[in-house]
Design a protein around this ligand. Structure first.
Ligand code: SF4
Length: 479
């Protein structure tokens, strides 16, 4: 991330986003708190020598997962797909995900990846031959694979919290292809693929994807991809899949090697305990220019109509969180609070109750596009003046912003510690039956920084960047 930040043009929106991300990383390290509020689907890959009791290891993993959730290190993320009920402790049917493999080494190896929903939703699988936006036909050859991977980076835009990393599997079947693609995300970013053909393709994708101009958070810029790792697997003659697992900048992996007899840690993976923690921030986090617009919520129509795409705002006052369940609820029920002039924050925070008082442990924005089917109605019906999220929204919401006098503010995805510190007080909570991440939290904030990316005049930075990067993609095709 330091390299990504150094490559970005100073004073741009992407560069500002990276500054916040770097500060957020420092804050998470200082507090040993979640680097992002979405702590993902905990996925463990365990290798054991023959004879090791895997049932005991699974039990230990479940206990550790529940304990980490109790301590506020993991957000309760396990939701019953039939009832919608959150188990509250990250345990449930098939969660956490645990894969066991035997191997011929003497030690046990446990690796963990935490990949959140924003980037998980941007995974994509291609069945080639296929036609791709801006790139034309992708055939069953390496050139076709190259097109698929570039398309995967392009389609993610900022919704997966770019700059991201992609794990890719060429071949296999649909299910195993995705598994192998995700497995590539366990490689270190600076390793070199032992297969020379794939090593060359990885290098080519890194170079070309960083010319697309997606930039941090999809704001437009030079840093779009921090890693590309590819594996090839045999396939059926009739099938040719290219599976792409997209991971965000947070890119959380950790692993240990264990003595199989004593269980003692013999080595850490992805972490060198002898290396001091390096500070990431280049300055004070969000370099203020004095041109920021201070907004005190609730907001008036005139305040909002005065804003335009590119403005940086600092919000003081009250806001409400609301994401998938809240939006679905508001389609059929009146809001439990008055949303006239309100700031609605797409966020599923990590919260911890300490002595009867709720504390925010992590509170970055979630991917807004999921609320596109609801957002315009919510704005029209209830008078919401500002929506904060990440990745932008679509044409329906843009039309409602213009019609009603409202704005979309892009927070910095994953900057959960940075935003948690902007919360002065938790004023209350509604709809707690949806579980902690989905409840409607009433917060008082101070200096909450965000960028206007969709304004009340019909302008959308997201639409502009998507169009410009589409043209860049087409240019790569011609080159
Ligand atoms: S950084 Fe973004 S994509 Fe990654 S887990 Fe957090 S919110 Fe999701």
């Amino acid at each position: 991330m330091s390299l990504a930040a150094a490559a970005e043009k100073p004073q741009t929106q992407s560069s500002q986003a990276l500054d916040i991300i770097l500060s957020n990383i420092d804050m998470a390290a200082d507090d040993e708190g979640p680097i992002c509020q979405d702590t993902g689907m905990p996925t463990f890959v365990v290798h054991t020598p023959v004879g090791v009791n895997q049932i005991r290891i699974r039990r230990a993993i479940l206990e550790a997962t529940a304990q980490a959730t109790r301590l506020g290190k993991l957000r309760p993320n396990s939701v019953d797909s039939l009832t919608g009920k959150n188990s509250g402790n990250n345990l449930g049917e098939e969660t956490p995900v645990v894969h066991f493999e035997q191997w011929e080494e003497d030690e046990i190896e446990v690796k963990l990846i935490l990949k959140g929903g924003g980037c998980e939703n941007k995974n994509i699988q291609y069945s080639v031959p296929c036609d791709l936006d801006h790139l034309g036909r992708a055939d069953r050859n390496l050139e076709g694979v190259r097109k698929c991977i570039l398309h995967a980076v392009w389609q993610a835009q900022g919704q997966g919290c770019s700059p991201g990393a992609v794990g890719v599997c060429i071949g296999s079947d649909r299910a195993h292809g995705y598994e192998l693609a995700k497995g590539q995300l366990f490689r270190t970013l600076d390793d070199v693929n032992p297969n020379a053909t794939l090593a060359q393709l990885e290098a080519q994708i890194m170079e070309e994807a960083n010319r697309l101009g997606v930039g941090a958070m999809g704001f437009g810029g030079k840093s779009s991809l921090i890693g590309c790792k590819i594996v090839a697997a045999n396939r059926l003659p009739a099938s040719f899949f290219v599976s792409v697992a997209y991971d965000c900048w947070a890119f959380r992996r950790l692993g240990v090697r264990l003595d199989a007899e004593s269980g003692a840690i013999t080595k850490w993976l992805y972490r060198d305990p002898s290396r001091p923690v390096e500070r990431m921030a280049r300055g004070e986090g969000f370099p203020l220019t004095g041109r920021e617009v201070i907004l005190t919520a609730p907001l008036t129509e005139a305040q909002v109509r005065a804003l335009k795409v590119g403005d940086v705002v600092l919000i003081d006052g009250e806001m409400y969180t609301g994401r998938d369940n809240v939006h679905a609820y508001l389609m059929k029920n009146a809001p439990p609070v008055d949303l006239a002039g309100a700031v609605l924050y797409h966020c599923g925070p990590v919260m911890l109750e300490e002595k009867g008082v709720w504390k925010v442990k992590a509170a970055g924005p979630t991917t807004s596009i999921r609320e596109e089917p609801y957002q315009a109605d919510v704005i029209r019906r209830y008078g919401v003046r500002a929506v904060i999220g990440k990745g932008g929204m679509g044409a329906k919401t843009l039309a409602a912003l213009q019609e009603c006098g409202a704005v979309y503010l892009n927070g910095i995805g994953g900057a959960a510690q940075y935003y948690a510190r902007a919360v002065e007080e938790v004023l209350g909570v509604e709809l707690m039956e949806f579980g902690i991440p989905e409840a409607m939290w009433h917060l008082r904030v101070k200096g909450f920084a965000a960028i206007v990316t969709m304004d009340a005049h019909g302008n959308s930075l997201h639409a502009d960047v998507e169009r410009e990067t589409g043209e860049a993609l087409a240019a790569l095709q011609k080159a």
